[in-house]
Design a protein around this ligand. Structure first.
Ligand code: FES
Ligand SMILES: [Fe+2]
Length: 468
């Protein structure tokens, strides 16, 4: 896990006039708004006896009072009042009384916190043009994944998984599972990968958005702030101007769990009633990824490519671009030292802060240790070797789509991406009194399997049909 990253701590709408606690990298933190309404973030662990500041209350002078003995802290981490000795300066009564405070920005409807001691050196926030563009409508979603944040990210930062997990095959390719040519541009704070393909639109509303076999351009971007993955798909085909754009923000709760937040933008079907369907359709992909990530082993984040791992050139370039960026973070001395981390439930984890850097002495709790700058890692991306596949004669028949199912079916529900279409047909063909039962059963089966085949759209259509 890495310090000096702007992480997403909350949706701005969720931070009102009460403190909000959250956990990141195993450290407990609290957000609150000061008297000017400006968002602040400090450690949630009171340095006096370790009470949770989030249980305390906010004062009109912009301080947050501890629920136990009432010590009051401002957004800069200073203790302004010790109520039982309020006629003395807090620093005189209790010299060690201060708390780690972190840099905060409120932007794009999100509360961003730079978890580290060098916010000015951290990669600055990226542009999100859709946020300020009235033609785009945004829907938000958040959920916790029982997976570390690199594993969670890799279920999406991967081209081959598109046909295998989501059924979005690369139809322009002779082998529709082989990623098309893609160019990766690596910058200081992230990378962009662009590819074009006449991918199969999956069933449902998106399938009606473009002509069959139209080429679409997909842009995948990764930004260090928020460990954000953004995907932009011209859903109506190239030149149509109709885009589905998602942003996926990942904040490590600890080594094993990740808070995943999403913005789903669209500039088509602007009616608010379409939000539910738009979210549902996006979440269908999200939950297909979640199922994979949560079952992957080992539990707990890797710190780089596996020394003896399997990497193939075109398939893994995106993954390795990600590790390249993280190697740079390590070289700056910003990676937490995993070996020295205590159990977050039994110890107090403190993320190094600018307040601590400015005044390193006299803290009640020690900050987490980091890997020394330049310390060697297990294996560097530069040392990964590949088999030179173009030089090897193919020995298998080109039966890509014939011998293997292109879209794997779920063994229990038999669900595929075509499922919605099939279900709609089944519903239409069934007598009216059986229709709700088919939908209910489908929903139940989907829920049991952890798949998000929520049939909001089907229910709406059914209701409309009945009304007419
Ligand atoms: S525990 Fe917070 S003031 Fe005592
Ligand atoms: Fe995915």
């Amino acid at each position: 896990m890495y310090t000096n990253v702007w992480y997403v701590a909350a949706f701005a709408k969720d931070l009102t006039n009460e403190p909000v606690k959250f956990r990141a990298m195993g450290a407990d933190l609290v957000l609150f708004r000061d008297s000017d309404g400006v968002a602040q973030c400090i450690s949630n662990v009171c340095p006096h006896r370790g009470a949770s500041l989030a249980q305390g209350c906010l004062y009109k002078d912009g301080t947050l009072a501890c629920p136990f003995h009432g010590y009051r802290f401002n957004g800069q981490g200073e203790c302004t009042v010790i109520p039982s000795r309020r006629d003395h300066e807090a620093k005189v009564v209790a010299p060690g009384v201060k708390i780690d405070a972190y840099a905060v920005q409120e932007k794009y409807g999100l509360i961003w916190v730079c978890l580290g001691d060098e916010p000015d050196a951290a990669e600055p926030l990226f542009d999100m043009p859709e946020w300020d563009n009235n033609e785009f409508r945004a829907a938000m979603h958040e959920e916790i994944w029982e997976a570390d944040y690199h594993t969670a990210k890799f279920t999406n930062l991967d081209l081959v998984h598109l046909p295998v997990v989501h059924g979005i095959s690369f139809k322009s390719q002779e082998n529709p599972i082989q990623p098309p040519k893609h160019v990766i541009s690596l910058t200081e704070g992230g990378f962009t990968s662009v590819h074009r393909s006449n991918t199969t639109p999956s069933a449902g509303a998106w399938s009606e958005m473009r002509e069959k076999d139209t080429f679409v351009e997909s842009t995948l971007r990764f930004f260090m702030p928020g460990f954000t993955l953004s995907g932009k798909l011209e859903i109506g085909g190239m030149g149509s101007g109709l885009f589905n754009v998602f942003y996926e923000f990942s904040t490590p709760i600890d080594e094993n769990r990740t808070m995943m937040r999403y913005f789903f933008f669209r500039n088509y079907r602007p009616e608010p009633e379409f939000d539910a369907e738009h979210v549902r359709r996006n979440l269908q992909n999200v939950h297909q990824d979640k199922r994979i990530a949560e079952a992957q082993r080992p539990i707990g984040a890797l710190t780089g490519p596996r020394p003896d791992g399997i990497y193939t050139y075109d398939e893994d370039r995106v993954t390795l671009a990600y590790w390249t960026l993280l190697e740079r973070m390590r070289d700056k001395g910003w990676q937490l030292d995993r070996k020295s981390l205590g159990d977050p439930e039994k110890s107090v984890r403190i993320i190094p802060s600018p307040t601590r850097k400015a005044d390193p002495e006299g803290w009640v709790f020690a900050a987490m240790a980091r890997v020394a700058p330049g310390a060697s890692c297990e294996v560097s991306v530069r040392d990964i070797s590949y088999v030179d596949i173009p030089a090897v004669e193919p020995t298998r028949p080109k039966d890509y789509a014939l011998s293997e199912p292109l879209v794997p079916r779920d063994p229990l529900t038999n669900a595929t991406l075509e499922w919605e279409g099939d279900a709609r047909k089944r519903v239409e063909q069934a007598p009216e009194f059986v229709q709700p039962m088919i939908i209910e059963n489908a929903e139940k089966a989907a829920k049991e399997r952890g798949i998000n085949f929520v049939t909001v759209k089907l229910l709406e259509e059914l209701q409309e049909k009945r009304a007419s």
